[in-house]
Ligand binder design. Structure first.
Ligand code: UTP
Length: 290
């Protein structure tokens, strides 16, 4: 099927990060380090590998550090250059965007993920786009978003990346309903945000990567508050599904929920162990501790 190429990604980071307070009080949650880089560094790298050319961050008050992270820092860079610390300099510069590649939009109140995505409508315009929840860090090759983009090229329409939900935790997530299950890419028939225990339509939860059609914006404009009193993206997608096709992609990889203290710890260990240069030293340090 011929589908329009996905070139823009929306990264909502305006939530309060209450589950990782007090760390997230003065440092935006998504700038917390996983091993030696901020979470957002991995997310931007994942997106670039999927062909994303423009990043729309939905930010809240007190999150200016995110813009600063993706800007040059002449003082740090100059000092590293003068001292000949060129490997650290390369690390500092690796995430810098080309001029014009990033936009920052204020969500004045954290009214919910659906509302956050809606804030990007003027920048996205009339084309399919990606949504990435940056607290969900995915270790995968090709990257999770690249797998979603490939699925979108196959089916068109809307893609929701899913994975099996840990036993007994379905009520914490958005859960999909499928027409049937044959392989990893299946047509969806519905979805529900935080279903009461025992009512979930499948064991697959929406894990934080989406390809959406721009018609979602008209729906989000009038979307009522849902679970938790928030304007939910899941409710908006369920409405869009009345007129457009949605497919769930069970991606190949491992997800770490960095919005949760233990998830963040797991991500730190996993990404340190996976590093070709420092993985062995990390393994030794962890083994010593155990
Ligand atoms: P979460 O619910 O996981 O993040 O939203 P949170 O609200 O920051 O975390 P807790 O529950 O208080 O610990 C998923 C993503 O959507 C963003 C969050 O920043 C996070 O990256 N988000 C959520 C917004 O940008 N705006 C909102 O109104 C809600």
């Amino acid at each position: 099927m011929l589908s329009q190429r996905v070139k823009k990604a929306v990264l909502p980071v305006a939530g309060l990060g209450t589950r990782v307070l007090p760390g997230a009080k003065t440092t935006p949650k998504n700038l917390l380090n996983v091993f030696d880089r901020p979470i957002l560094s991995y997310i931007v790298e994942e997106a670039r590998a999927a062909g994303i050319e423009h990043f729309v961050f939905i930010v809240g008050r007190g999150q200016g550090a995110i813009e600063d992270y993706f800007d040059a820092n002449p003082e740090i860079e100059g000092t590293l250059e003068a001292k000949g610390k060129l490997d650290i300099l390369a690390d500092v510069r690796r995430d810098l965007p080309q001029p014009g590649e990033m936009s920052f939009v204020r969500q004045m109140a954290p009214l919910g993920l659906g509302h956050a995505v809606w804030c990007a409508r003027h920048i996205i315009g009339d084309e399919p786009f990606a949504v990435m929840l940056p607290d969900m860090l995915m270790m995968a090759s090709p990257t999770a978003l690249a797998q979603a983009v490939a699925a979108h090229e196959e089916t068109g329409g809307n893609i929701v990346v899913v994975e099996p939900v840990p036993e007994g935790e379905a009520h914490k997530y958005g859960i999909v309903a499928l027409e049937g299950r044959d392989g990893r890419l299946n047509r969806m028939t519905g979805m529900v945000e935080k279903p009461p225990p025992g009512t979930e339509p499948s064991n697959l939860f929406i894990s934080g990567r989406y390809i959406l059609q721009p018609e979602i914006f008209e729906i989000l404009e009038t979307q009522e508050r849902g679970a938790g009193g928030e304007i939910q993206l899941t409710d908006g997608m369920a409405n869009l599904m009345k007129t457009q096709a949605f497919h769930a992609l069970e991606y190949d990889g491992t997800t770490y929920d960095c919005g949760d203290k233990i998830g963040l710890l797991r991500a730190n260990v996993a990404f340190a162990l996976a590093r070709p240069d420092l993985g062995e030293a990390a393994r030794k340090a962890i083994t010593d501790l155990l």
